[in-house]
Design a protein around this ligand. Structure first.
Ligand code: NAP
Length: 294
């Protein structure tokens, strides 16, 4: 029976530690770290994600400024708002919740955020630093959260065969790049055009699935002793949240597995807090937060 990698408990510990750290800065007379979160339109899932981020910020002492902009907001208005916060020294991080309405060019918006304030790590400069192994990359929150979780639960990663299913810029690609840094482990990345997914997943010591399809990965597709990280968030007809992996079937074969909910999701939010505090620390002449400095 697999070890359950409890992201919820670990994220709680990280928030408690961050709260103590931020309290320490306030006692020294420093300001709170600050994060601007911009949501355009009223996508229900995005609203829930933004609310979770706001609550988590409040809990640890990060000032969050949440902007709920109407769906008709123009690209120019959004870019102007980003420019204003890029220039505001009291703002550490800027996050624009994706997806954006179709009349707004997402690439332009991502590139408009100052790379130093890019808490999501989606700016090409941060992605480029990650891809080339340069210092100072801000690492996208979901891959960072997964990395922290693997290290915390002492899952060996060095020279393990890693398979990432899903190749989005937000999760799959940066996840693969993290393993490629410093030649940590060989990685196969699968996507919609992978001819026989099982051929790859069967080889995985560590399998990371970020697709958005319930039950995509079934027990016959993995080997005994695999470590499974399920990033997917899918809502079933009866309103339950499930991942991309047949959790009940695979937990009998796996060495370790993340649950949905309670696995990767809370770690993604914890990583957002860590990235914000890391930027704040560097602005004040300190080292980056050790958990983000990987
Ligand atoms: P995305 O942008 O839609 O990317 C999904 C990826 O999976 C794409 O590369 C897609 O290829 C590929 N794919 C689609 N069908 C496939 C198949 N049958 N076999 C193999 N690959 C396939 O999604 P995302 O933003 O990466 O998110 C993925 C899932 O993770 C979603 O359920 C999302 O809600 C969840 N998520 C969770 C968290 C968290 O914190 N837990 C964070 C982010 C995302 P094509 O693009 O070529 O179709």
């Amino acid at each position: 029976m697999a070890q359950i990698l409890d992201g919820k408990a670990l994220a709680k510990r990280i928030r408690e530690d961050l709260k103590k750290e931020i309290d320490g800065y306030l006692k020294k007379g420093m300001r709170n770290p600050s994060l601007v979160v911009i949501l355009v339109g009223d996508d229900p899932a995005s609203k829930v994600y933004v609310e979770n981020k706001r609550k988590a910020c409040k809990e640890v002492g990060i000032n969050s400024l949440v902007f709920n902009l109407p769906a008709e907001t123009t690209q120019e208005e959004l870019l102007n708002l980003i420019k204003k916060f890029n220039e505001d020294d009291d703002i550490d991080g800027i996050l624009v919740q994706l997806p954006l309405p179709s009349h707004i060019n997402t690439q332009k918006v991502i590139q408009a955020i100052s790379p130093e304030k890019d808490v999501d790590g989606f700016h090409p400069l941060n992605m480029g630093k990650l891809a080339t192994g340069m210092d100072g990359a801000i690492i996208p929150c979901t891959p960072l959260g997964i990395w922290i979780m693997l290290k915390h639960y002492k899952i060996p990663t060095f020279k393990r065969d890693v398979v990432v299913v899903g190749a989005s810029n937000i999760v799959g690609k940066p996840m693969a790049l993290l393993f490629l840094r410093k030649e940590e482990a060989p990685v196969s990345v699968c996507h919609i055009n992978t001819k026989n997914l099982k051929n790859y997943t069967k080889t995985a010591d560590i399998l990371i699935v970020a697709v958005g399809k319930p039950n995509l990965i079934t027990p016959d597709m993995v080997k005994e002793g695999v470590v499974v990280i399920d990033v997917g968030i899918n809502r079933t007809e009866d309103g339950k949240l499930v991942g991309d992996v047949d959790f009940e079937g695979i937990k009998e074969k796996a060495q370790a597995i993340t649950p949905v909910p309670g696995g990767v999701g809370p770690m993604t939010v914890a990583s957002l807090l860590l990235n914000t505090v890391s930027i704040y620390r560097m602005k004040h002449g300190f080292t980056p937060h050790p958990l983000t400095d990987i």
